[in-house]
Write a protein that binds this ligand. Structure first.
Ligand SMILES: [Zn+2]
Ligand SMILES: [Zn+2]
Length: 456
């Protein structure tokens, strides 16, 4: 199965029909381009090890045909499997400075740093990768320097959106720039491969810039210590919280390895724009309670994360008391409901006041993905001939396709991992054309995961 000179193919091996572990292939003229290589976390009742990733054997068995791997952004579901799978791929990797910084740390841990040819691409630039002419296009999301891709070949032009939202005030990085996408529509796009995560949610996504006021009010009213739980990869949120700390007369500290890792990567990649500093967490205990703002990992109830230790009163630098407040500037990722419930029950037992994003009228968390109105808008600008929804379960992808149809995209192609989407010369889907599945990380070994298809 090798694409010919007139063929343009899209072949997802992960992330289509599920949310997580994205791995996409584009095929043309004897060559393949991989976009993203991520992991997913198995839920408590799912089979296999906790960390799982796509089984890459389809492309590993023809790796001489693989031109490159492009990483669109630094989220685990896009970048997390590179260090685990690269030995099977051995291709050059292209990404922007922030994601490269995160990736370098993972490669170093895996003993691969000197072996992987890692190329840093400036946002918004164009490069020829073998038979693929690739344009990196800055798009707003919930982690810095996220890039959509325009992949041009003589028979077809593909617009791969990556994860995105329309954000006019992203706090870090440039605002969403509609003319760029308008211009794509003028040029003509064969297929738009598009994020479906929030396609079932009405309206526009909330801007990152809208969160300051709600967070400021809550922190300002809090009588004693405040702990804010958020995702470490959201560098913009760290910016907002450091500003809230400054404006409420508090010192901010980062609790948890992943927050410290993302912050130092942001500094190293020059995307930490404010220059504000965090204090050493070991100093928190010496401050009056009303001068403390701790930002903590563990919003999903992860064992041994900072919030988990605070809940069990075993954190080395901070002990919560009944007057203290814990704010969840996050949402519960589906599958983590029980773990989060257990965490909140333990925090309640300490007597602290709990505030979560869902129960407020003013936003203190913003999703990084497009709601129905954002999708409608982007389809209208880009006007592709074909919409290919990805990054979603079947229901999300169907909702995305429906929106595309409603705004006049002539054709929608909905499939799943392993399906071959033929875009040129003829259009059509060959179901389950490529081997696919999951590998799990068992200690340091990759093992096949046997999914119980048909149950739940
Ligand atoms: Zn994603
Ligand atoms: Zn993402």
């Amino acid at each position: 199965m090798t694409p010919g000179e007139g063929d343009v193919w899209f072949l997802p091996l992960g992330g289509t029909g599920e949310i997580g572990m994205n791995l996409n292939l584009y095929g043309h003229n004897g060559r393949w381009l991989m976009v993203d290589c991520g992991i997913t976390f198995a839920g408590e009742h799912e089979p296999g090890p906790h960390i799982q990733m796509p089984d890459p054997r389809f492309i590993a068995s023809r790796r001489a045909e693989l031109s490159a791997l492009i990483i669109t952004h630094a989220h685990e579901d896009h970048i997390g499997a590179v260090a685990h799978l690269w030995r099977q791929l051995r291709c050059p990797v292209y990404t922007t400075a922030f994601a490269a910084e995160i990736l370098r740390r993972k490669l170093a841990e895996a003993g691969l740093l000197s072996r992987v040819p890692l190329h840093i691409v400036a946002p918004g630039t164009r490069h020829q990768l073998d038979v693929f002419d690739v344009d990196w296009v800055s798009i707003t999301h919930s982690t810095p320097q996220t890039q959509a891709l325009v992949i041009r070949t003589p028979p077809a032009t593909i617009f791969h959106t990556a994860d995105w939202k329309i954000d006019s005030q992203p706090v870090v990085g440039e605002a969403f720039h509609p003319p760029r996408f308008h211009a794509l529509g003028q040029e003509g796009v064969t297929a738009m491969v598009c994020d479906s995560t929030n396609a079932m949610e009405e309206g526009h996504s909330v801007s990152e810039g809208e969160l300051y006021q709600g967070l400021f009010d809550l922190v300002n009213q809090a009588p004693a210590r405040v702990v804010v739980a958020c995702f470490g990869s959201n560098v913009a949120r760290l910016h907002t919280l450091s500003r809230v700390a400054e404006d409420t007369g508090r010192y901010a500290a980062l609790l948890g390895r992943s927050l410290q890792n993302f912050h130092s990567a942001a500094v190293a990649a020059s995307v930490w724009e404010s220059g504000r500093r965090f204090i050493n967490p070991a100093d928190l205990g010496y401050l009056p309670p009303q001068e403390v703002l701790a930002i903590a990992t563990g919003s999903q109830g992860e064992p041994r994360a900072a919030l988990d230790r605070l809940a069990s009163d075993t954190h080395p630098h901070l002990n919560l008391r009944p007057d203290d407040t814990v704010i969840f500037s996050s949402r519960v990722i589906p599958g983590n409901e029980h773990a989060v419930q257990r965490l909140t029950r333990r925090l309640q037992r300490l007597g602290v006041k709990l505030i979560s994003a869902e129960e407020l009228n003013i936003p203190i968390h913003a999703s990084g993905h497009p709601g129905a109105d954002d999708l409608e808008q982007l389809y209208q600008w880009v006007r592709p001939e074909v919409a290919i929804p990805v990054h979603g379960e079947a229901a999300h992808m169907r909702a995305n396709a429906k929106i595309a149809q409603r705004v006049g995209v002539p054709r929608q192609m909905v499939g799943t991992n392993g399906d071959l989407f033929m875009l040129a010369p003829q259009r059509g889907i060959r179901r389950q054309a490529a081997a696919n599945g999951r590998l799990g990380l068992d200690k340091n070994n990759l093992v096949q995961v046997h999914l119980n298809l048909g149950s739940t």
